[in-house]
Design a protein. Sequence first.
Length: 160
Amino acid sequence: MERIAIFPGSFDPFTIGHESIVKRALPMFDKIVIMIGFNSNKKSFFPLEKRMKWINQIFEDETKIEVKSHEGLTVDFCKLVDAKYILRGLRTSSDFEYERAIAQVNKRMHPELETVFLLTKPEHTPVNSSIVRDIILHDGDASMFLPQKLNMNEFKKDEA
Ligand code: ADP
């Protein structure tokens, strides 16, 4: 049976921290579906289509990765794509407390599901999408926090 994991997040935008977690998890699974979760009542910084395009671009040479979007419960998406694993990254102890609750609730709702955590690389601990958004919003250079494959011109705030 195929080992399918999903990597859920808002990825607004997808950072080097996200990229590193996915790459490190690749040998563990047959397929990783990157799930961009969205809520039609909440406005994101970057449009869903762009976030999707960027992630596809980052992993264009990686046949084990798919990118999809989903509105609703993560456990329902897992059932839809037949994934038994949820992949998450852990940066800090506050990430842990937050993630623990979500993982335990997901397990109650879907007992076959396991959440797999990878500790972030030390150099990626301070990287998060909201800081990257702030840098872009204030015309700073966020390139060091974004995957190398991306074209930085597309990250100008007027392009968002
Ligand atoms: P969410 O909106 O669910 O928090 P994010 O897009 O912020 O989604 O993050 C998705 C996943 O990536 C989460 O498991 C988060 O902990 C992990 N993550 C975010 N930033 C980093 C990072 N710098 N290093 C490792 N993991 C990270």
